[in-house]
Design a protein around this ligand. Structure first.
Ligand code: ADP
Ligand code: F6P
Length: 329
């Protein structure tokens, strides 16, 4: 045990995701269990710079495991990208006696944390919180599973109206530069096509596939499109126009699911994952570890250097693409 650490700061940063509250709860309760102090830092790096801190004990995190969003709020903070901003943040931590940090966020938040550690040597452990599931070193990020359930539930509803009107729907889902939500939710919702940035389907194949669906007797179709996807330079609205132009019999609608995918009560999977990750993060700090990210691989809670976690993206599951192709026969 590194006895030097008697007070840990925890914060959420970047885009929020369901399960962040469960992770905060876990960090706070683990600190209480190990009899060290825990401080909540509000609004990510912005709150760190401003000294927006609140001591937290086991009771401060009652009834939040089931809540979406983050009770500590999240923010994007350009000041932290400057040396001056990080110096202010460090001074605030020193004056509050905070000796180590747990950052719950995505690769941007981890990049900032790594830089901060390099400059001020403050121990830091990351917990991956993003619905995009795009962080290397973990099979699942917090919020991904919940977002998938939200998307599948939404597409199920869209399918009801699509089939009533014999319509084709393009459903755009989140995933900045990656197609994990689109691919997994697309398979789960039985989409006829899934367009993701990692695989260029191409316009011709899309048309062919839609014509094939029609010829095989399908009267309605769902095409899931990842927001980062740009088939032949076309966004989801331009794809609608393109398809209507080339297959006039199709009555096409677009549905952009948007930020509702980031909200809602976390799934049981995300709550359990968050609880496991929070315990590991605090224990790692007390063992003297730093600049590592907690992850889950083969159902084991693991630690990966943050430098590696921010470098790569989780690879798209090629086997799932194959399964999807077979399912759309
Ligand atoms: P996410 O963590 O979800 O990827 P962002 O990329 O918006 O979200 O990053 C969150 C915050 O992390 C930024 O607003 C900024 O305060 C901090 N951050 C990101 N990149 C850097 C960087 N290169 N240097 C310092 N801080 C950074
Ligand atoms: O959290 C990641 C993400 O959900 C991306 O999929 C999306 O592009 C982005 O957040 C949008 O976030 P914001 O509206 O907060 O900039």
């Amino acid at each position: 045990m590194n006895t030097n650490i008697d007070k840990i700061g925890v914060f959420t940063s970047g885009g929020d995701s369901p399960g962040m509250n469960a992770a905060i709860r876990s960090v706070v309760r683990t600190c209480a269990y190990l009899e060290i102090q825990c401080v909540g830092i509000y609004r990510g790096y912005q709150g760190m710079i401003e000294g927006d801190f609140k001591p937290m004990d086991a009771r401060s995190v009652n009834n939040i495991i089931n809540k979406g969003g983050t009770i500590l709020k999240s923010a994007r903070c350009s000041d932290f990208k400057t040396e001056e901003g990080r110096k202010k943040a460090y001074e605030q931590l020193v004056s509050a006696g905070i000796k180590a940090l747990v950052v719950i966020g995505g690769d941007g938040s981890f990049t900032g944390a790594m830089l901060f550690n390099k400059e001020y040597n403050i121990p830091v452990i990351g917990i991956p919180g993003t619905i995009d599931n795009d962080i290397f070193g973990t099979t699942y990020t917090l919020g991904f599973d919940t977002a998938l359930n939200t998307v599948v539930e939404s597409i199920d509803k869209i399918r009801d109206t699509a089939s009533s009107h014999n319509r084709l729907f393009f459903v755009e889902v989140m995933g900045r530069d990656v197609g994990h939500i689109a691919l997994n939710a697309g398979v789960g919702a039985g989409a006829e096509e899934i367009l993701i940035p990692e695989e260029n389907l191409g316009l011709d194949r899309l048309l062919e596939s839609l014509k094939r669906s029609d010829a095989s007797g399908k009267s309605s179709s769902i095409v899931v499109v990842a927001e980062g996807e740009n088939t032949a330079g076309k966004n989801v609205f331009q794809l609608k126009e393109y398809v209507e132009e080339h297959i006039p019999k199709y009555d096409v609608r677009v549905s952009v699911l948007g930020h509702m995918q980031r909200g809602g009560a976390p799934s049981c999977f995300d709550r359990v994952l968050a609880s496991r990750m929070g315990v590991k993060a605090v224990e790692a700090l007390l063992e003297g570890k730093s600049t590592l990210m907690v992850g889950i691989q083969d159902n084991n809670i693991t630690l990966t250097p943050i430098s590696e976690a921010i470098k790569g993206h989780t690879k798209i599951d090629k086997e799932l693409i194959r399964v999807s192709d077979i399912m759309t026969t």
